[in-house]
Design a protein. Structure first.
Lengths: 130, 252
């Protein structure tokens, strides 16, 4: 008898609905779009700043619009989600072995959080917020 | 003494059947199997084949999570049938062949693609230093063993391929299992074959097809953590590229 294997096709656009872990993966990937949009807004702000104080004031006024505030809140939440999910898998890419043992994942991930908080405090202090 | 572990329970199994000689496509078939509470899904399938339907086809061998033969989808999750305990399931248990592989017959998945990929990545020791018998054995310290030990636990069960959506969408992807084994030998202090393996795995069909979903590590029954192997191969390959293009005076 000749073989006649049956091939099951994976749906190209809806595959991630098949399992919650695929949905979590997509959430991690999609949230980075908001970080991208926020970065573009920062660049626009820099351009406005270079154009003079009137233009920069206009940019700041636009940021205070309710829609803009809502976007910033969403972007903050999604950025935090993106950051946490990536930091938590960082030990897989950067294992640290000292002597005969690997450091626990919590130490490698924890190091990322410590550096993150330290840098954020430094920037806030440097910018005069703290 | 009442012992609930030996109690008999009627388990409803929904098994995906496919007979290449007669069927155009697979279809689910229901069975009610009298099972002992402490059985695993593989025991239920064995009872089914011995007593209810001897035509059922599936692979198994060791019944103790070592041979890697009885991988199948159990309620949509890639599992070893010998490790999936009936006590952890209630209601109907759906059993299907491993996702992302063609179906040979019933629960038997076609493993040809994985076998070919395994061969490509040279998952064996290619000694870096040629020694004769008179020179004695290749020695290794516990620290050197620790570098690759978890990746050496792979039993080639292919659950990681059934979990990996990238493999499902892009079958040319060499995939988590084979790349993890390549990494296992690359990390071995006795090995000198990394350059040969990089030709296969540091490519677009290799690690760069991986987008770090991490499903492979979630389902691995031997805690190999293939996702970590693939990310480490990405990091090492990136370092290689920078050394080659910007710091060519530095020896690898």
């Amino acid at each position: 008898m000749s073989r006649r294997p049956y091939v099951r096709v994976v749906p190209r656009t809806t595959w991630f609905f098949r399992h919650p872990r695929y949905m979590r993966y997509m959430a991690r990937e999609v949230t980075c779009i908001f970080i991208g949009i926020y970065s573009v807004m920062l660049l626009v702000g820099l351009v406005r700043l270079s154009q003079g104080s009137a233009q920069y004031e206009g940019f700041l006024a636009a940021l205070r619009q309710p829609g803009s505030v809502l976007f910033h809140l969403l972007a903050l939440a999604f950025s935090l989600y993106n950051t946490f999910t990536w930091f938590n898998v960082a030990p897989k890419a950067l294992p640290v072995q000292v002597g005969d043992e690997h450091w626990p994942d919590s130490v490698v991930a924890g190091g990322h959080y410590v550096v993150w908080v330290g840098l954020s405090l430094f920037i806030l202090f440097w910018a005069g917020v703290l | 003494m009442t012992d609930n572990r030996m109690a008999i329970r009627q388990v409803e199994l929904e098994v995906l059947r496919y007979n290449p000689e007669t069927d155009q496509e697979p279809k689910l078939q229901k069975f009610t199997v009298p099972c002992v509470n402490e059985w695993c899904v593989l025991d239920a399938l064995n009872y089914l084949k011995d007593n209810l339907d001897p035509t059922l086809a599936y692979r198994w061998s060791c019944h103790m999570q070592v041979c890697g033969s009885c991988g199948m989808m159990i309620n949509g999750e890639p599992k070893l049938a010998c490790k999936a305990m009936l006590r952890d399931y209630s209601g109907v248990i759906r059993v299907e062949p491993l996702s992302h592989f063609p179906i040979e017959r019933d629960l038997v998945a076609v493993a040809d693609d994985f076998m070919a990929k395994l061969k490509r990545v040279k998952p064996y020791l290619i000694p870096g230093e040629k020694r004769t018998l008179a020179d004695g054995e290749y020695k290794q310290t516990p620290a050197q063993l620790e570098r690759y030990k978890k990746y050496a636990m792979c039993i080639n069960c292919m659950l990681c391929y059934a979990a990996c959506p990238e493999y499902g969408l892009t079958p040319k992807f060499i995939g988590p299992g084979a790349i993890s084994l390549a990494h296992r030998y690359n990390q071995d202090s006795r090995d000198g074959g990394r350059d040969e393996r990089q030709e296969e795995i540091a490519t677009s069909e290799g690690v760069w097809e991986c987008t770090f979903v991490g499903a492979c590590s979630d389902v691995c029954p031997k805690h190999v953590d293939p996702a970590s192997a693939l990310q480490q191969v990405k990091v090492a390959s990136t370092v290689d590229w920078y050394l080659e293009h910007f710091m060519s005076w530095v020896k690898k």
